[in-house]
Design a protein. Structure first.
Lengths: 268, 256
């Protein structure tokens, strides 16, 4: 966990800043669920951050607040100094569940964000084709989304998000539903795209292995209410070798952090 | 659809036809049960005048015109209202009680009131066809709009849609298949309503009128022929709706 690769990164400017963020849901039965508690985090331009934590600890909630889909109870999120209070054109979100529009062809899905910005058909198709090429789905322009495999659909969702040229890409367990092989390939392709486009990525995952493979920094959250337990820097050069000593060492460390969170604490 | 062609599916209809013909021959009374061929003759001569009331095809034309008009009025009001109620909780609360009160009243029960208000003529019939089509379209539209996946809406929001684009590019296309189902059901009910309404006071045309008129003359073959035509037209429209559904909204059944 040396600092040699991230040395350059820490000189990048801060793009996203999360300050004292808390979220409390009130349930139908009148109870309250504290999903996030006093969270602070900053992301630098071009950084790949993975958010890791036990189920129900508030990862999706965090991502939805950053994306402007949910209001924080207290605290705030700033994108380049601007407080977020609704979806921002500089951020795009990729959801875990199937989110493509089945009544649209693949290319019309990818071009959706451009279409609502009023970009003429020819231009938006040209741009959409570039992103289809980037995700390796050239030739599927006119396919229907239900004809695609799960992995292909998530790639289309990635292309759709990238097509609006966001600064920040928010991804909520995008590969969670895929089999191990497809998942590994998608991680590889995502890194490839990330290296080409240099977006800031906030990537939520359950998988320690995925986080260590992808992230510059892994933000490990505690059990609900989610707080930051530890931020683990991963400075190994990419593509990372899963069987390398350093990879295994980081993985072990993160696994230890996670398992501390999965043993139930004594009831207070 | 394909099941219709399987031999087992046509056994019972054939038996009924044979039973009918045998019974008609045995009874030998055209004023009670006409022979199959008498009915077929009526259907095969759709332009022949029915005792001075007009031809079968004219009557069918009147009924179809009425149902289409009443249905369109119903759809034009029910779909936007349903979209509004599906989108806005306050809007729904405002209308819901009223709708629950009126919904259980059968369309035909509106006829006397309709006659009192609109007098004898097309308006009073259109009014009750409208009532018949309105509720199934409205209720399906509300369901359809509420059933649009939240993720679809949120994706659109993160990609920068405004309210109008959200409606036209996400809500309406996403809800369209279920709205279409509502239109199909609504049309079916409108068709039943128009035939029933034409049998009540105040009409002088239409298939409903024709079969009641034929009853007054004891012309059973015209009654049965009229019933068959009513059924065929109903099936025809339903088939049309289904064909369009299969072509345009196939994604609903294909989506996994
Ligand atoms: N709209 C809501 N109303 C009430 N409670 C909610 C709501 N959304 C989330 N919660 C609660 O907040 C907590 C955090 O949920 P969240 O979905 O953020 O967890 P997560 O870390 O993404 O979990 P997972 O890994 O299983 O996806 C959970 O206890 C959840 O039940
Ligand atoms: Mg989640």
């Amino acid at each position: 966990m040396s600092d040699k690769a991230s040395g350059g990164l820490s000189e990048q400017r801060i793009i996203l800043e999360i300050r004292h963020l808390s979220k409390t849901f009130s349930t139908d039965t009148g109870g309250e669920v504290v999903a996030l508690s006093d969270m602070d985090l900053t992301a630098r331009e071009g950084e790949f951050i993975c958010i890791l934590g036990p189920s129900g600890c508030g990862k999706t909630t965090l991502l939805r607040i950053i994306g402007g889909l949910e209001k924080a109870t207290s605290g705030e999120v700033q994108l380049e100094g601007q407080v977020i209070d609704g979806p921002s054109p500089y951020m795009a979100m990729i959801f875990q569940e199937y989110s493509l529009y089945p009544w649209r062809t693949v290319i019309d899905n990818v071009a959706f964000g451009l279409e609502v910005r009023g970009i003429p058909r020819n231009d938006r198709y040209r741009i959409a084709r570039q992103y289809l090429a980037l995700i390796g789905l050239t030739g599927f322009e006119e396919s229907r989304t239900y004809e695609l495999s799960g992995g292909m659909r998530q790639r289309v969702a990635v292309a759709r998000a990238l097509a609006i040229e966001p600064r920040v890409l928010l991804m909520d367990e995008p590969f969670g539903a895929l089999d191990a092989q497809t998942r590994n390939r998608m991680q590889f392709e995502l890194l490839h795209i990330w290296e080409k486009t240099r977006k800031t990525v906030i990537f939520v995952t359950h998988s320690v292995d995925e986080a260590v493979f992808l992230a510059d920094r892994i933000v490990v959250l505690t059990r609900r209410p989610g707080r930051i337990k530890e931020i683990v820097e991963v400075s190994e050069t990419r593509p990372r070798e899963r069987t390398a000593q350093a990879f295994i060492a980081i993985r072990r460390h993160v696994l230890d952090l996670i398992s501390e969170e999965s043993t139930p604490p004594s009831k207070v | 659809m394909g099941g219709m062609r399987r031999p087992i599916a046509i056994i019972l209809p054939l038996l009924i036809l044979i039973g009918w013909e045998v019974a008609a021959i045995v009874i030998n009374n055209e004023f009670f049960l006409p022979k199959l061929e008498s009915v077929i003759t009526v259907i095969l001569h759709p332009t022949a005048d029915v005792f001075g009331s007009g031809s079968l095809i004219e009557h069918a034309g009147f009924s179809i015109e009425r149902v289409v008009l009443g249905f369109i009025i119903g759809a034009v009001i029910a779909v936007p209202l349903g979209v509004g109620m599906g989108r806005s909780h306050r809007f729904e609360e405002f209308f819901d009680t009223t709708i629950q009160i009126f919904r259980p009243i059968p369309p035909i029960a509106w006829l006397p009131l309709s006659l009192a208000w609109f007098k004898i003529g097309i308006t009073s019939i259109l009014f009750i066809i409208f009532i018949g089509a309105f509720f199934p379209i409205l209720l399906n539209t509300i369901d359809a709009v509420k059933g649009v996946k939240r993720t679809w809406i949120e994706v659109a929001a993160t990609l920068g849609t405004n309210e109008r684009q959200l409606l036209s590019k996400v809500i309406l296309p996403g809800a369209a298949p279920t709205i279409w189902t509502g239109l199909r059901v609504g049309f079916g009910i409108a068709w039943m309503t128009v035939v029933a309404a034409e049998m009540l006071p105040g009409t002088s045309h239409g298939l409903g009128y024709m079969i009641l008129y034929s009853y007054n003359f004891g012309q059973i073959q015209y009654i049965i022929a009229g019933m068959i035509v009513i059924g065929i037209i109903g099936i025809g429209f339903d088939f049309l709706f289904k064909e369009i559904e299969n072509k345009r909204f196939s994604w609903r059944s294909l989506e996994r």
